[in-house]
Design a protein around this ligand. Structure first.
Ligand code: MIC
Length: 518
């Protein structure tokens, strides 16, 4: 290849990418890299990612339509093709592929939602689901192509190709790892996937420690890595930023000054570091939870600004706060230097002494931080989800009002997490009934009950199993066969199973052996 051929090819690719980035959807994004960076790393043949791009475009239009009409797009976690076919038949317009449910049911070694399953578990599940969607779609097209006009008019058409939104968790790795995950998602045919800001393997469920997030810059790197891969592939696939810092108890590093105002340190100089306390307790065989609780009671954990407020006079504190006139994102170094100038008492604050046995820093989670983080991720993402541990209406409203003041065209997401207690969170029965509409009014059109399978399917399967043990096939006939016949439920011997498609494929493909001599 001559230099001239190489340059003209590169130039053509750059123009193609730049034109693509001018589309209504793409032009909403900002990239820290150029079209030339992308062009240089692309293949020399065009790779089409038709399913993912088409499904993403379909989802994008659905989002636009629902945002305009303030209507919800409800869905639930369906990681099994059979379940997904019925979700579509029920008229739900999107599907959700939950990481937690994949971790229970689509892996060789199941476990709780710590994202310790192999990195390609969710993309592989998407692949299986998309193939099943395409098969149902083909089966339906075939049957409809054989129908009389009357039959056709009397048979409702089902959209089996509902766009799938999948859980990419924390991306399972570094920049190149996330790029591989993204590639797999696109090749599998996903419409949208979300990446969050959680640290890998650091969720705790039962010992009074919650979630751990990574610094803001690391979260943005994750999202940008995914965006870069989508650009390399020329895929329309949507990327959703999920911010989990609300109710996160720890942060892995203090590298990013944007997080400094939320990191907590020890303010009691008499308190020994947490690590030393915990190691001693472990050696002595003391209880982890109560040792940690006793340490917390002594440490006087607070943020640097709170530590300043504790020792400053009101006037001094006001002078200290003047530091934030132009920007709220000041580093600990700036904060310390300004405190030394404005406050007469020394400020004792040690965030190193508060580091956990895994090295994390204590983090004061606030709605403000999750808002900061979600805003920082806007330029590189298509949609946003603030994950919450409890459905607090005031927080939901404040988050979405603040975000929508900056971007009211994007879709926002909400997860009806399994353990939510809506009435305890203060909803009246009437508000609860309308919740999905109220959320849609706030632009939260993507609404998922991610772990339906754990609750709903467990319940159905348990009740069925008890009945079957008691009554045998007689009970099966009464509760399943007869009811399925009455309701025309899909099953093994109905058109749903694709028997006609199978037979007709065989007739079409191998019925005529042209080599036979008669
Ligand atoms: C959505 C989620 O990431 C999932 O894996 O399904 C979980 C679900 C849950 O805890 O209910 C999450 O919200 O973290």
């Amino acid at each position: 290849m001559t230099v001239a051929t190489r340059d003209s090819r590169l130039q053509a690719e750059v123009e193609k990418i730049e034109n693509w980035w001018k589309s209504e959807k793409q032009s909403r994004l900002q990239r820290p890299y150029s079209a030339l960076d992308v062009a240089r790393m692309r293949n020399s043949i065009e790779l089409n990612h038709h399913v993912s791009s088409q499904q993403a475009t379909k989802l994008w239009k659905l989002f636009e339509d629902k945002i305009a009409k303030q209507e919800p797009l409800l869905t639930y976690g369906a990681v099994d093709p059979i379940l997904l076919s019925q979700l579509s038949k029920a008229g739900l317009e999107i599907g959700y592929v939950s990481g937690a449910v994949c971790g229970f049911s689509n892996v060789a070694e199941p476990s709780m939602d710590t994202a310790d399953y192999p990195w390609d578990t969710v993309p592989n599940t998407v692949q299986k689901l998309v193939n099943s969607q395409l098969w149902h779609d083909r089966r339906q097209n075939h049957l409809r192509s054989l129908m009389t006009p009357e039959e056709l008019a009397a048979t409702p058409e089902i959209d089996y190709l509902v766009p799938l939104i999948a859980d990419g968790d924390m991306g399972f790795g570094s920049t190149t790892g996330i790029m591989k995950l993204t590639k797999k998602f696109v090749e599998a045919g996903v419409a949208m996937f979300h990446l969050d800001d959680l640290a890998i393997g650091m969720k705790r469920f039962t010992i009074g420690e919650g979630r751990t997030v990574v610094p803001t810059c690391e979260y943005l790197k994750r999202l940008t890595a995914a965006r870069f891969q989508l650009d390399l592939m020329g895929a329309e696939t949507l990327l959703m930023g999920r911010a989990d810092s609300l109710h996160a108890e720890y942060i892995t590093s203090v590298i990013d000054p944007r997080d400094h105002g939320y990191v907590q340190g020890v303010t009691n100089p008499e308190c020994e570091p947490l690590l030393a306390t915990m190691v001693k307790a472990q050696r002595e065989g003391s209880d982890y939870k109560s040792t940690r609780k006793a340490w917390l009671a002594k440490a006087g954990l607070m943020t640097f600004d709170e530590a300043v407020e504790q020792v400053a006079t009101p006037e001094e504190y006001a002078s200290y706060m003047a530091l934030f006139k132009d920007s709220k994102f000041k580093s600990i170094t700036d904060r310390r230097a300004h405190a030394a100038k404005t406050v007469s008492q020394p400020v004792f604050f040690d965030w190193e002494a508060a580091r956990s046995t895994d090295g994390q820093y204590f983090f004061k989670h606030t709605l403000e931080h999750v808002i900061d983080r979600a805003i920082a991720a806007l330029p590189v993402t298509d949609a946003t989800w603030a994950r919450m541990d409890a459905p607090k209406w005031d927080e939901i409203v404040e988050f979405h009002e603040k975000l929508r003041a900056i971007d009211n065209r994007r879709a926002y997401g909400f997860g009806y997490t399994g353990r939510y207690d809506y009435l305890a969170a203060g909803f009246t029965e009437e508000q609860f009934k309308n919740l999905h509409w109220e959320l849609a009014n706030l632009g939260i059109v993507f609404q998922t009950q991610p772990i339906y399978a754990c609750q709903g399917l467990n319940m159905v399967s348990l009740e069925f199993g008890k009945m079957f043990k008691r009554e045998g096939i007689y009970g099966y006939d009464r509760d399943i066969i007869q009811l399925c016949k009455k309701n025309n439920t899909d099953g093994f011997e109905t058109s749903w199973c694709g028997a006609k498609l199978s037979d007709d494929q065989m007739f079409a493909a191998d019925s005529l052996d042209v080599t036979l001599p008669f």
